[in-house]
Design a protein around this ligand. Structure first.
Ligand code: ADP
Ligand code: MG
Length: 701
């Protein structure tokens, strides 16, 4: 299918469509909110609702829903039809401003982290006009108008990722504006925290996926012996896209473009069957909504093109896992990027201040940033030989490193490394200018020329918490800086001194070397940088005194909003491991053990036949013995795993105790269970092994 221009953005109630369809005065009112966060005038809601309804109906929508992001990393929707009975057996289509602005769904079955009793249910969803509504169009399914909303408990706490994200955007905007004001930039409407999300994923054959209970229930393979080939030949990264995958990517792009999502970059990733999609960056709120829709669309399009899309952080052991790279920047509503060094970085005091702010924010809040990317899936990835280490550090590259060193040594910057010109030494190829800075692929937080790339986030995770955290810690730092600078008599001198003081204080967060190396772990420890290996270790930092202060200062999250999230994270950790363990047991008892017993019996029967004709059958005897030894080991381990899972009820006096038990007693033991099973896979004949193998998943795409 060729892209028709009319397709682009067709399913999004974008600013352009609003301009076209709303009464002029209404659009003008709304635009004030969109452009610089002026309070929404609810009087206009009826008018917007009518335009939205008519537009959605033209696209075939029969239903509408408030579309929100509970603390599950997924989105939620509850459809209501536009049809209302008028009493004489006929219907009219209704959708009013009241319905657009607020709904009151039953919120009882969403994670609440104990903020309320199980029996209480009321929750509210409220329209977020800053993110365009869209019509979800499922082939041969319902067409539903989706209205992005926040989600609030009856008790007043936010129960979603969007609410704190919106608050954090406002906070960082307000604080950055204070700094710009000191540079005489008084008329900035708003400063946008933006993010471009690179999303990694696996595509595997749907029929193979259907035969794996572990993939279907937990998203990752709980068993599976490595095949002879993995990614060591480096023949997958940026390789030629297979026809079938290209078909998938085309379908995906069509869908995303129709939603107004500017899907831009696509390529094969480092692992076999792994790929990436990256839309162009947007403000963090819109990018967060779009990324949720990207994840949803990846799965849907995969299903209709013969694939299954895996978003788990580590679907296959021993093979690169998937993450998201969150490219974060701050820019004014006039388009000036505040984290870009510009043409003359040595003279750019404003940039130096923002650089110092980011370094200080990341150094002072490394635990919090690490926590924001913590999930049971990401525990398999961070610190491995592929993903960033669990230690937070900042990569600056040559140009900024040189600037920072000049500041540390002399308190000021006099020169900047410029990109050199490369001379290709053949006349057909023109000379070109190289960047002033290399890239670093091992850093969890890398400067990439005009943005910072937070590379730690897990592939299945909402970017809500990581981006809220980023905005919050930078807002706090900028606020401290502005407090001091606003009092200074000589602003420029005070700013230069502040940059020098801050960079000297926070230089230990900078690391330009190989983040995967053992030496770095030791060096980071010497520098006092936190190394937080697992999710369970990271979660408590959410409610540390420092975090409560940081999130509380601008009302981004209250202490109870943090505490409920802490509980949700512990709870979700324990439940994830519990599900994995139960799935392991189920697959063992229903599939693996019976298959090995059959194979053993078949081989044993052959022994008798061979002996009857005078053949020694030594190989068969040895094989049966080997099988039996491992089968016994496996079954014993499965029984023990079951015992450990059953015993979890005795270790749940607090959410933390419960999660800790699952990590130390259950998750750790799952490796013991897996080992004999993977050995059995290597011994049992192909036709007799009940599960699709790694070779099939990775190379029969
Ligand atoms: P890489 O080469 O690092 O893999 P990609 O091209 O895959 O990068 O993705 C880079 C992402 O960064 C894109 O989403 C892009 O829109 C985004 N990006 C570019 N400039 C900025 C910026 N100033 N602020 C935020 N994101 C940006
Ligand atoms: Mg990329």
């Amino acid at each position: 299918m060729d892209v028709s221009v009319e397709m682009l953005g067709k399913r999004a109630f974008s600013e352009a469509i609003m301009r076209e369809r709303l009464p002029k005065a209404v659009f003008k009112q709304l635009k004030k909110t969109l452009d610089y966060g002026a309070p929404l005038d609810t009087e206009i809601a009826d008018s917007v609702a009518i335009a939205m309804r008519e537009w959605a109906k033209e696209l075939g929508a029969t239903h509408y829903t408030h579309w929100f992001q509970p603390l599950t990393n997924l989105t939620a929707e509850k459809h209501d039809s536009f049809m209302d009975p008028v009493g004489d057996g006929t219907f009219i289509t209704e959708f009013t401003g009241k319905e657009l602005i607020k709904a009151e769904p039953d919120g009882s079955s969403f994670p609440t982290g104990g903020v309320r009793n199980t029996c209480s249910a009321r929750g509210y969803t409220v329209w977020d006009c800053t993110s365009p509504a869209f019509v979800k169009d499922i082939p041969n399914g319902c067409k539903v108008l989706c209205i992005p909303t926040i989600f609030i408990s009856y008790t007043g706490e936010s129960l979603d990722f969007k609410t704190p994200l919106l608050r954090s955007m406002e906070a960082v905007s307000n604080q950055a504006k204070r700094i710009l004001k000191l540079f005489g930039k008084e008329d900035i409407d708003r400063i946008n925290a933006s993010v471009g999300v690179e999303q990694e994923y696996f595509l595997i054959d749907k029929s193979l996926y259907e035969r794996r209970l572990d993939l279907k229930l937990t998203g990752r393979t709980l068993y599976g012996a490595p095949g002879p080939k993995g990614q060591e030949m480096e023949d997958q990264y940026f390789s030629v896209v297979k026809d079938k995958v290209s078909y998938f990517m085309n379908e995906l792009n069509q869908d995303l473009w129709a939603y107004g999502i500017p899907a831009k970059t696509q390529h094969n990733e480092a692992a076999p069957a792994q790929h990436e999609i990256a839309p162009i960056f947007e403000t963090t709120n819109i990018a967060c909504d779009q990324n949720q829709l990207v994840m949803d669309t990846l799965k849907r399009v995969a299903a209709r093109t013969g694939f299954a899309c895996l978003l788990h952080e580590k679907p296959f052991r021993g093979v690169n896992g998937s993450g998201k790279h969150n490219n974060w920047s701050l820019s004014t509503s006039d388009g000036e990027n505040l984290v870009s060094p510009g043409k003359n970085p040595e003279k750019n005091l404003q940039f130096h201040l923002f650089l110092a702010a980011v370094l200080a924010a990341v150094h002072n809040n490394a635990e919090l940033l690490r926590l924001s990317a913590a999930s049971p899936g990401n525990d398999h990835r961070l610190g491995g030989d592929e993903a960033p280490p669990a230690i937070i550090s900042v990569y600056l590259g040559d140009q900024l490193d040189d600037i920072v060193n000049q500041i540390i040594e002399n308190g000021e910057v006099t020169k900047a490394i410029k990109g050199r010109v490369y001379e290709p030494r053949c006349s057909a190829i023109p000379p070109f200018k190289m960047d002033a800075t290399d890239r670093n692929r091992t850093s969890p937080f890398a400067f990439t020329g005009n943005r910072f790339e937070f590379r730690m986030v897990g592939s299945s995770q909402s970017i809500g918490l990581p981006m809220t955290t980023m905005n919050t810690i930078v807002a706090n730092t900028l606020c401290d800086m502005a407090d001091e600078l606003e009092k200074a008599e000589d602003f420029e001198a005070a700013a230069k001194k502040m940059v020098a003081d801050m960079i000297r204080e926070h230089k230990d967060i900078i690391f330009n070397g190989n983040g995967y190396s053992e030496e770095w772990v030791k060096e980071a420890e010497r520098r006092g940088l936190p190394n937080i290996p697992t999710t369970v270790d990271a979660i408590p930092y959410l409610t540390s005194e420092k975090s409560i202060k940081a999130f509380g200062r601008f009302g981004i999250m209250s202490e109870s909003e943090l505490r409920l999230r802490e509980n949700v994270m512990f709870d979700s950790y324990a439940k994830t491991i519990n599900l994995e363990a139960l799935t392991m047991i189920e697959m063992a008892n229903k599939q693996i053990i019976p298959a090995v017993m059959d194979y053993e019996a078949k081989t044993a029967a052959g022994i008798k036949d061979l002996k009857s004709i005078g053949v020694s059958a030594n190989a068969q005897v040895a094989l049966v013995n080997e099988l039996d030894e491992r089968l016994t080991k496996f079954r014993v381990a499965i029984v023990e795993l079951k015992r450990r899972v059953d015993d979890a009820v005795n270790h749940n006096s607090t959410p933390k105790e419960w999660a800790t038990y699952y990590r130390d007693v259950v998750a750790a033991y799952m490796d013991v269970v897996r080992e004999p099973a993977d050995e059995l896979e290597k011994l049992v004949g192909e036709k007799d092994w009940p599960l699709p193998t790694y070779e099939e998943f990775l190379f029969e795409q």
